[in-house]
Design a protein around this ligand. Structure first.
Ligand code: PYC
Length: 334
């Protein structure tokens, strides 16, 4: 029998309840345009004090058992994104957050920020208006609108390289752009399988092979950062509702069910850099599920932009996770 790594009962577990051998972690679940977010609101390990970068590093070092316990079977599933609610160090921020998925911590996560905002509203910690959220990549401003939608002004985003050729095993030569939108993306248009749900398997193999091709070719983002998201674009399935459909492959081999907020930000930065999106224009990015994020840009210097991405999230669960120390799968399967 194989149980996730980090098996020794973690010392960091601090809220032992019921008996000495059971711990309780409270989570609130939501989905944003189809993509799930599981926010840890109570019972998380104590990561000490520090900014979100410090806490993210400590989380990675000490608490990956929490990631596997929450996001793997039998409690979760691989496509879930986790969000650890933290005390912000910035006094104007409503919350701090560390995002993680099935493969490790994430840099940025906009669908997760929308889910977090709706979660904070559900907890009655915020109401309609503007709220700052402290993240490991910077402070972002979110607005909870009175119609229930959420818009997020992301970190400065930019196209780093354009028309980069890679040789994707089994698919051949592909051209794409490299851009930062809170994560590093390789953006592909005009190559690969058609973007439709019945093609999920092929889209996944193509994008994983593209990620490997980038690695083999030594193509990286600014400062040598690994490009760990692939975004493929195709025509909209309904041009009344959107301008384009995407498929986004995340690190860990799961695709984003939403249009991916950081991916939409990277796309907005590329559109702006090629003169195709001006301030005040709206870009409607559809996911493979047909859910839509709207985006616009505020231009900065050097072709950088602040992308604003808007969408909808719904709280759909409130759960106490039980970690029973006699349970061989208390930290997840696999
Ligand atoms: O919405 O930014 C996003 C995101 C990143 C990974 C999954 N979703």
């Amino acid at each position: 029998m194989f149980v996730s790594a980090g098996l020794a009962a973690p010392k960091e577990l601090r809220n032992t309840v019921m008996s000495q051998n059971i711990n309780k972690i409270k989570v609130i679940d939501s989905h944003t345009a189809g993509e799930p977010t599981r926010v840890v609101v109570d019972g998380a390990p104590d990561l000490g004090v520090g900014n979100m970068e410090d806490l993210r590093d400590r989380f990675e070092e000490k608490a990956h058992w929490l990631r596997t316990a929450l996001l793997s079977e039998p409690r979760g599933f691989k496509a879930m994104v986790g969000a650890l609610l933290c005390e912000p160090t910035d006094p104007k921020s409503a919350a701090g957050v560390i995002f993680f998925n099935n493969s490790g911590v994430l840099k940025g996560c906009i669908h997760g920020t929308m889910g977090l905002i709706k979660t904070l509203e559900f907890m009655r910690r915020i109401s309609a208006g503007s709220h700052y959220i402290e993240t490991p990549i910077g402070i972002i401003k979110a607005e909870l609108r009175s119609d229930g939608s959420v818009s997020v002004a992301n970190v400065p985003s930019y196209r780093y390289l354009s028309n980069v050729e890679i040789d994707v095993e089994g698919f051949g030569k592909v051209l794409g752009d490299v851009a930062w939108g809170g994560n590093w993306f390789y953006l592909i248009e005009g190559y690969g399988p058609e973007i439709k749900l019945s093609n999920l398997r092929n889209l996944s193999s193509f994008s994983i092979a593209a990620m490997e091709a980038l690695e083999v070719a030594g193509i990286v983002g600014d400062n040598g950062s690994k490009i760990d998201h692939i975004e493929i674009f195709g025509p909209p399935s309904d041009s009344v509702k959107s301008d384009s459909t995407n498929f986004v492959m995340c690190p860990g081999g799961e695709y984003d069910r939403s249009p991916c907020g950081t991916g939409t930000s990277a796309k907005l930065a590329c559109l702006h850099a090629s003169g195709k999106l001006k301030q005040g224009q709206i870009w409607r990015q559809s996911s493979i599920l047909g859910t839509v994020f709207e985006g616009e840009v505020k231009p900065l210097e050097d072709q950088k932009v602040i992308p604003k991405v808007s969408g909808r999230a719904w709280v759909n669960g409130e759960t106490n996770i039980i970690i029973d120390h006699s349970d061989p799968f208390r930290f997840g399967i696999g």
